[in-house]
Write a protein that binds this ligand. Structure first.
Ligand code: FAD
Length: 320
């Protein structure tokens, strides 16, 4: 365990795993290890940890469900935190007696939260059907699709600042844009959502329909991180165009390097076989970026987050 980092958390209520295999905690299931994986038991320990990391310039990365993440094959420096302890993945209905509101901790599983609200006949998160990951990851990415995004039902988001303070932003101060938000803080701890009482049978049918649509258009059973690239904006129409279509038109469907390839089902999904290396995926990403540019002059921007040793996770500011 790197001695200099130990003092950052030795007195905190956190589970510590040195040299943790984190690649297999991602949906890709490829990639390497983290020098240190910490799983705080509660928000207090998390706040102190964030403050100490920023004070000592120790890299801090947050691992959600790993559904939009590629971890490079080499080990990752600094500290990786995972919010999978009970307090940090809990969900509460009607907090402080407010009806029709759900408070979900950032580590809560998105699909389970959707299932639970649906079972209770509470609409609001249906647009998230078939999108894996955690509440925190979904807010950071403003995950969504043709049916809407998570930002549509957010009432407020609570974060930890670099100084370790808690700050709550009401929806009126938040901008949820295509796969990004204006949240400036490094760590999302929880969010509240407005829910609408809805006929449970109709709600379940709607969620099933959305899930069936996703299943028919995306290779949900393969190892991937969802769409590899963001849909770029057409400079003439100023509308977003499908990155998958551009990849397909460049003749790249099926292109493979080692165990990674472009899905035949959806060209914007780069899928990995069990023995693939993260480097295979990275090479396919680079080939696609270059060939699409050569074919139609469009510079694709990665949607999947890549963690490499010595490189910080894209900071919230870079996402603005
Ligand atoms: C099969 C499949 C289908 C998908 N379909 C879609 C889709 O239709 N639409 C869509 O938008 N996405 C889709 N995705 C991508 C993915 O599901 C979303 O981006 C999801 O929101 C990622 O959440 P996560 O918790 O797994 O985040 P991770 O992948 O763990 O992390 C992603 C980024 O968020 C940051 N992060 C995570 N948690 C926090 C936190 N608490 N505070 C601050 N930062 C945090 C991480 O540090 C990282 O930078 C798909 C992925 C797969 C594998």
């Amino acid at each position: 365990m790197p001695g200099s980092s130990t003092s950052l958390f030795s007195d905190l209520d956190v589970e510590v795993t040195p040299d943790a295999q984190i690649g297999n905690m991602t949906w890709y299931g490829v990639g390497g290890r983290a020098d240190l994986l910490l799983r705080p038991h509660h928000t207090r320990a998390l706040r102190e940890l964030v403050k100490r990391c920023y004070r000592s310039s120790t890299p801090l990365r947050v691992l959600g469900g790993g559904a939009n993440l590629l971890v490079a094959d080499e080990s990752i420096d600094g500290i990786v935190v995972r919010l999978d302890q009970p307090e940090l993945r809990s969900i509460t209905y009607n907090p402080s007696g407010e009806a029709r509101i759900l408070r979900a901790a950032a580590g809560a599983d998105l699909a389970r939260t959707l299932m639970d609200t649906t079972r209770r006949g509470l609409g609001g998160l249906g647009q998230m059907a078939g999108i894996p990951g955690t509440i925190g990851g979904a807010i950071r990415m403003n995950a969504g699709g043709v049916y809407g995004s998570i930002g549509d039902s957010v009432r407020s988001v609570t974060c930890i600042t670099r100084r370790g303070d808690l700050v709550t932003y009401p929806a009126s101060e938040l901008h949820f844009e295509y796969r990004r938000t204006n949240i400036p803080d490094p760590l999302i701890v929880s969010a509240t959502f407005d829910l609408l009482p809805t006929d449970p049978i109709a709600l379940r049918r709607r969620v099933k329909e959305i899930f069936a649509f996703k299943k028919s258009t995306q290779p949900l059973a393969d190892s991937s991180a969802g769409c590899a690239f963001k849909n770029p904006i057409d400079p003439i129409t100023e509308e977003r165009v499908s990155a998958g279509r551009l990849i397909e038109e460049a003749g790249l469907k099926g292109l493979a390097v080692g165990g990674a390839s472009i899905s035949h089902h959806h060209a914007n999904f780069i899928v990995a076989k069990p023995l693939a290396r993260a480097e295979d995926v990275l090479q396919v990403l680079e080939l696609v970026r270059r060939r699409v540019y050569e074919h139609c002059g469009v510079e694709l921007e990665r949607e999947v987050v890549v963690w490499r040793r010595g490189e910080e996770d894209e900071s919230p500011e870079e996402r603005l």
